[in-house]
Design a protein around this ligand. Structure first.
Ligand SMILES: Nc1nc2c(ncn2[C@@H]2O[C@H](COP(=O)(O)OP(=O)(O)O)[C@@H](O)[C@H]2O)c(=O)[nH]1
Ligand SMILES: [Mg+2]
Length: 461
């Protein structure tokens, strides 16, 4: 089933979730265009126990459906059943008025009163007909489509308790208190690279368009400032919004002293070698040749002729860590071209001994428990699976994958979101220190050996 994707878009899935008082998760059991439009096949997909949702996608674009609180049987009442209708920006729920008629199951039909009926027919190419109506069995649906309403898809989903997707013990240990957040902030403020010759740590964010690179920069700033920072660098376009090399200092607070961390945003990675950031341009940035503000152009690769080109960059002009930013919603569907590009970058950067990590964003959009509270990242089975896949996409081990939720729609910061973001930063800085230790003499100050944790427990990877 893994490769069969429900036709339900995220907006409608969220609408559906809201019909339940508790957090739920859907697991698809049947999809008409994949399994065939036969009533017997639908019946065979019901488990012996459990709750279910039947979805019918009408040709008109509306989605109608019914909820069954138990598997359908010839004679039984289902007082918890309900019908629903999902349309762009509106959702309606209809409760049963006659429980004995709420769900009716016969060998040739499955019906929710007289309002939604799937019938076996032999005169249609699909073997399945849909009748929609309105009667006394449910509160007034107002459905007027009538017999043989045209539909494009039918799906059956098992309804699961969202919490059952959680492990009993987290697989990484993380503390989630305000004290821990403050300690992580303080770690960043007081951080000095262990390598004496390094003034600042310059981190390059690499990833497909829309993966959340620019949002991460804003989110780390937000965590430091204690309020959501909105910069005009976020946007949705196929090839990405950022076209220039732009480096952002991370300050301890608004107008405060810059910390030793600089996050660099570049053109998004493309699909294959012909679009997006090219490997030679990325290497020019990593090796410190490209000036701040350089505009990437496929027809004009970075070379000595570029304005501001640094022929002999110092160690402080270079990039000290590459972060691959991947979207948890997309991680299973990145194209072969995108995956090849990322693995190629990973392999080239490994040859240069550049430390690399993977930042997995959008974690709030793949697991309802995590959406509720990001502290469930390390107990969510879904997230664990996505992190493994993210590691595979780039070619790194899971221990290098850091889940984060960027601030995207909220107007104020939250403690646990800050902790994930700052922990990612902490891990990146630690990785840089570990790598550069082999190249430079350590700085003499005892405070410079990386973040000082008093009460917080950094993520154990
Ligand atoms: N829900 C959610 N949305 C995100 C997250 N990160 C980024 N976004 C949204 O994804 C879109 C693309 O993000 P952006 O930072 O511009 O991607 P970039 O092209 O990699 O720089 C924007 O609408 C962001 O608000 C995240 O962690 N969770
Ligand atoms: Mg961007």
């Amino acid at each position: 089933m893994a490769s069969i994707v429900p036709a339900l878009d995220l907006e409608r899935e969220m609408q559906l979730m809201k019909l339940f008082p508790e957090a739920i998760r859907l697991h698809m059991l049947y999809k008409g265009t994949h399994h065939g439009f036969h009533l017997t096949t639908i019946f065979s997909k019901f488990d012996k126990v459990g709750r279910f949702i039947l979805l019918v996608y009408l040709e008109s674009g509306s989605v109608r459906g019914g909820y069954l609180s138990k598997p359908p049987k010839a004679k039984q009442e289902d007082g918890d059943a309900f019908l629903f209708e999902l349309n762009p920006h509106s959702v309606s729920k209809y409760s049963p008025q006659d429980c004995s008629n709420a769900v009716v199951c016969r060998s040739n039909m499955l019906s929710f009163g007289g309002c939604l009926t799937l019938r076996h027919v032999s005169d249609l190419s699909l073997d399945l007909a849909l009748d929609l109506g309105s009667d006394e069995s449910y509160t007034r649906t107002g459905w007027v489509e009538g017999k043989r309403t045209a539909f494009v898809e039918v799906e059956l989903h098992r309804v699961q308790d969202a919490w059952s997707v959680l492990l009993t013990c987290p697989w990484r240990i993380q503390a989630w208190t305000e004290t821990d957040r403050d300690a992580l902030k303080e770690n960043l403020v007081s951080f000095k690279p262990a390598c004496q010759s390094l003034k600042r740590v310059r981190v390059l964010l690499l990833g497909p368009a829309g993966s959340g690179k620019s949002s991460f920069i804003n989110s780390v700033r937000s965590a430091m400032y204690g309020r959501v920072v909105l910069l005009p660098n976020i946007g949705i376009s196929a090839e990405g919004f950022t076209k220039r090399l732009k480096c952002y200092d991370i300050r301890s607070e608004k107008g405060g002293k810059p910390t030793a961390l600089t996050l660099c945003d570049v053109l998004a990675l493309g699909d294959g070698e012909t679009t997006g950031l090219t490997l030679p341009d990325a290497l020019a940035v990593i090796n410190g040749h490209a000036p701040e503000g350089h505009k990437f152009q496929s027809e004009a690769p970075i070379d000595a002729k570029c304005a501001g080109y640094r022929p002999e960059p110092s160690m402080n002009d270079k990039i000290h860590c590459a972060v691959f930013v991947l979207d948890a919603c997309q991680v299973l569907t990145y194209s072969e071209g995108q995956q090849t590009t990322m693995r190629r970058f990973h392999s080239e950067l490994s040859d240069l001994d550049i430390p690399q990590v993977v930042l997995l964003t959008h974690v709030d959009q793949v697991c309802h428990a995590v959406q509720e509270d990001v502290k469930f990242v390390y107990t969510s089975r879904i997230l664990q699976e996505k992190m493994q896949k993210a590691a595979e996409v780039v070619g790194l081990s899971v221990s290098h994958v850091l889940p984060v939720k960027n601030y995207s729609s909220e107007l104020s910061v939250s403690c646990n979101t800050d902790i994930l973001l700052l922990n990612a930063v902490h891990y990146i800085l630690q990785t840089v220190d570990d790598t550069f230790e082999d190249y430079c003499p350590p700085s003499p100050s005892p405070l410079s050996t990386g973040p000082q944790h008093s009460t917080s427990t950094p993520v154990t990877v």
